[in-house]
Design a protein around this ligand. Structure first.
Ligand code: CTP
Length: 408
């Protein structure tokens, strides 16, 4: 996916061992279609060579305000005017302090000061030792940068190059990449709280076995990511899947349908949107055996009894209606045939404004899908595309239907 096609990113490197991660970030940005102009401080060049960054970006790196390449002799103006975003990764403690003071005695800080604030966002990825990170001076400086209109992307936690363990590591390249992509998404859900269920559930028969299904959780995770990119606060209630949590999304892991119901009802208490993508098991074994069910040796299979699981979507939607609440509920229908018919019937049965239909066997485990939106006005298809693209389209469709939005 060329998620950053047409975008020009100025990637600023300051002195820190995390510079090695910026090489990977640069590669990810270029791969996603962005043009990348690297600017490095003298200290950054102690950690990684400009030649490395030149090779990865395909452009000569700027290191000095006296760079003779610029006909007008003003690289700080030209570079900052061309940018769609400036990303400082790594941003050292010293460089952060310099930004706070509005210092401008070398190219990178000069360029940041000269940035047209209203149209060029400044994203900052700090990287430093844990003591430096937690020092009141650094924390005060970061609050000031935030107040001055920069976006501080946070730090990771773990082993540090100095041998200590704690907060202050630079975020990983893929995490920074996700944040940069998110920066460019329209904030159509700003101020909303959204709950998404995703993945399968697992209904245990005994400590070894259980009943589950082929849902990969990819669509739900993509919706959670898209909603977060659109500015919402997101809780993702996830069944047993092995997918990384999207950036800045609160994840609650559950196993069974009963656990999912409980977690979802709780999360929906103060939510404005609920999207049920989970493939919840319709039935659970009537009895759970404490020990493994053994073969009887006579070739007779055990006779299993099932009871129906509560319908999470139905329960949440009903509860919200009973309280006269404003929760906008979106359901999914995974069918194997007669999609339109089943989707319409399901929307009516669940009493929800929007139902999204898809053909289960064509979506489970895949990276792309096509969706059918069914609402009071009829049926509309979102043609086959990567799940993240569809998720962003769906988020825009949801935003357009929210009563709180149409009143604005
Ligand atoms: N759903 C739910 N809780 C359940 C079953 C389904 O929240 N116990 C939600 C799903 O997350 C989805 C929608 O209801 O948003 C439809 O799920 P689906 O499995 O397609 O349909 P069912 O309601 O189970 O109906 P059927 O099995 O007859 O197709």
């Amino acid at each position: 996916m060329q998620e950053l096609a047409g975008k020009h990113i100025v990637l600023g490197l300051t002195g820190g061992i995390a510079c090695y991660k910026s090489a990977e970030l640069c590669r990810l940005l270029v791969k996603a279609g962005a043009t990348v102009q690297v600017v490095m401080t003298e200290a950054a060049a102690q950690f990684i060579t400009p030649v490395t960054m030149q090779a990865l970006s395909g452009r000569r790196v700027y290191t000095s305000q006296w760079d003779a390449r610029e006909p007008n002799g003003m690289p700080h103006i030209n570079l900052s005017r061309e940018a769609d975003a400036i990303v400082l990764a790594p941003a050292s403690a010293d460089f952060i302090a310099r930004l706070v003071q509005g210092r401008s005695d070398e190219l990178l800080s000069l360029m940041c000061l000269a940035r047209p604030m209203e149209r060029v966002p400044l994203l900052i990825a700090p990287a430093m030792n844990r003591e430096m990170w937690s020092h009141p001076a650094t924390q005060r400086n970061l609050r000031q940068l935030d107040a001055d209109g920069a976006r501080v992307l946070g730090v990771g936690n773990g082993w540090q190059a100095c041998g200590e363990t704690g907060d202050g590591r630079m975020l990983e390249a893929v995490q920074l990449f996700e944040d940069i992509v998110a920066q460019f998404q329209p904030k159509v859900l700003a101020g909303e709280r959204i709950v998404v269920t995703a993945g399968p559930t697992f209904e245990a028969l005994d400590p070894i076995r259980g009943i589950t299904n082929h849902s990969s959780g990819k669509m739900g995770f993509a919706i959670a990511r898209a909603a977060r990119e659109a500015g919402a606060e997101v809780t993702l209630v996830a069944g047993p899947v092995h997918l990384p949590t999207p950036r800045n999304v609160r994840r609650v892991d559950v196993v069974s349908a009963a656990d999912m119901l409980q977690a979802t009802v709780l999360a929906c208490e103060d939510a404005s949107v609920f999207v049920a993508t989970a493939a919840v098991a319709d039935w659970r074994p009537a009895a759970h055996s404490e020990h493994k069910i053994k073969k009887d040796g006579g070739g007779k299979a055990p006779s299993l009894q099932f009871v129906e699981n509560e319908d999470i979507l139905l329960t949440v939607a009903k509860g919200a209606r009973a309280q006269g609440g404003q929760l906008f509920c979106v359901g999914f229908a995974a069918e194997s045939e007669n999609l339109v018919e089943h989707a319409k019937a399901k929307r009516a049965r669940k009493g929800i404004p929007l139902l999204v239909g898809n053909i289960g066997p064509l979506t489970f485990g895949q990276d792309d899908n096509s969706l059918l939106l069914v609402d009071a006005d009829g049926v509309r298809e979102l043609p086959r595309a990567p799940k993240l693209t569809l998720a962003r389209e769906l988020v825009a469709e949801i935003a357009a239907r929210l009563p709180s939005r149409s009143r604005r």
